[in-house]
Design a protein around this ligand. Structure first.
Ligand SMILES: *Cc1c(COP(=O)(O)O)cnc(C)c1O
Length: 363
């Protein structure tokens, strides 16, 4: 950088001649360029002076995403040291000035968001969920770090899943093998863990094992166990599993019946390619919280029953239960993992029955 002359990349109001006049008393000359690994978001301006100068309530703000697909177009201006100091005053508290390399290869100052996390609703929603976890933990004498947050990402497109990754989340799950497959390429550059939480048809076993699924949470019948074991044996590997229990006794839901759970777990534990880690359930859909609580309490008691049976080579620590609407109750009843979709990503277009009422229920 030349003495006293600075390059400044602007993607916002500084490109307006009026703002240039107001700030520097002259027009700037600039060149088009772009900034990679960032995306634009909106910042609501409350500073009266800034509002008056720009005439805009919302200013664009650059947020670092580190995603090679994101970029922001703008203009590079040459300004003096004194003008840079002026600009520092104009750019309000939510921005920080950093030196970045632009698409052209040139370096320039750029004002970007102070916090690196996107200030999107997904980030806000995740922090709300963290709050709910914390409050539920306080109420039940537990620690938030005992509770894993799994994001149920069915119907959520990869861009929005990436946003959740940028918030530091690393555990996601899908319900349909097709969807796992479709998202695989777009997500494979990220490091995350993926579980499978949908009903698994035996004819999809080979397919699901092609993707990076670390745990299948929906083991509920011996036919499925055998199929998985045969394929895993061929591939010379193991996989973590949870046993799905039907604690709500609803026809529409999958899962082993509570009174058969112990026997089933004993059976599954004979298959050495399946590493049992615990239990999973979907609570009853009801506004009657006592009924919901009864489901979770039942799962906890089944866990205890299995633990008491002291089956060798078996872990029973994980209790995957609780969703957007009932996670507090699940935490109070001993959940170690909650599965949250709607409260983070918004309403889905399909009813849940689309995922849970498959025709092959009796398979
Ligand atoms: C979709 C889904 C969830 C998340 O449900 P939300 O109500 O959207 O939080 C949890 N578990 C399973 C098995 C799901 O299919």
């Amino acid at each position: 950088m030349k003495n006293n002359v600075h390059s400044l990349f602007s993607y916002g109001t500084l490109q307006l001649e009026r703002v240039q006049f107001e700030n520097y008393g002259r027009l700037l000359t600039g060149q088009k360029d772009s900034l990679k690994n960032y995306k634009l978001d909106k910042l609501k301006i409350t500073d009266k002076d800034v509002l008056k100068k720009s005439g805009k309530e919302y200013h664009p703000i650059a947020i670092k995403t580190n995603s090679p697909n994101d970029f922001i177009d703008g203009t590079v201006f040459e300004i003096t040291e004194a003008e840079l100091t002026e600009t520092d005053k104009y750019e309000v508290g939510d921005y920080k000035r950093v030196l970045e390399t632009l698409n052209s290869g040139n370096q320039a100052w750029v004002y970007v968001a102070k916090q690196e996390k996107p200030c999107s609703t997904i980030a806000e929603n995740i922090s709300k969920i963290k709050n709910r976890i914390e409050i539920a933990c306080k109420r039940s004498g537990r620690k938030p770090k005992e509770i894993k947050l799994l994001l149920a990402t069915k119907t959520v497109d990869c861009k929005r899943i990436e946003e959740a990754f940028q918030c530091g989340e690393t555990l996601i799950a899908e319900n349909k093998v097709q969807e796992v497959k479709h998202k695989y390429d777009d997500l494979k550059a990220f490091s995350f863990e993926q579980h499978y939480i949908g009903h698994l048809q035996t004819n999809k076993v080979k397919e699901i094992l092609k993707y990076n699924i670390s745990c299948i949470q929906t083991i509920d019948r011996i036919g499925l166990v055998e199929k998985l074991h045969n394929q895993l044996t061929l591939e010379n590997r193991t996989i973590d599993v949870l046993i799905q229990v039907n604690t709500s006794n609803e026809e529409s839901k999958f899962g082993i019946m509570p009174n058969e759970a112990l026997g089933f777990v004993k059976q599954v534990s004979e298959f050495k390619t399946l590493k049992i880690k615990g239990l999973m359930t979907i609570g009853v859909f009801s506004s009657d919280f006592d009924k919901v609580r009864a489901c979770f309490r039942l799962l906890k008691s089944i866990q205890q029953q299995i633990t008491d049976a002291q089956i060798t080579d078996l872990e029973m620590n994980e209790l995957s239960m609780g969703m957007s609407g009932d996670l507090e109750i699940a935490i109070e009843e001993g959940a170690t993992m909650i599965r949250v979709g709607t409260a983070i990503f918004g309403q889905r277009q399909y009813p849940d029955s689309y995922y849970w009422n498959e025709n092959d229920k009796n398979e």
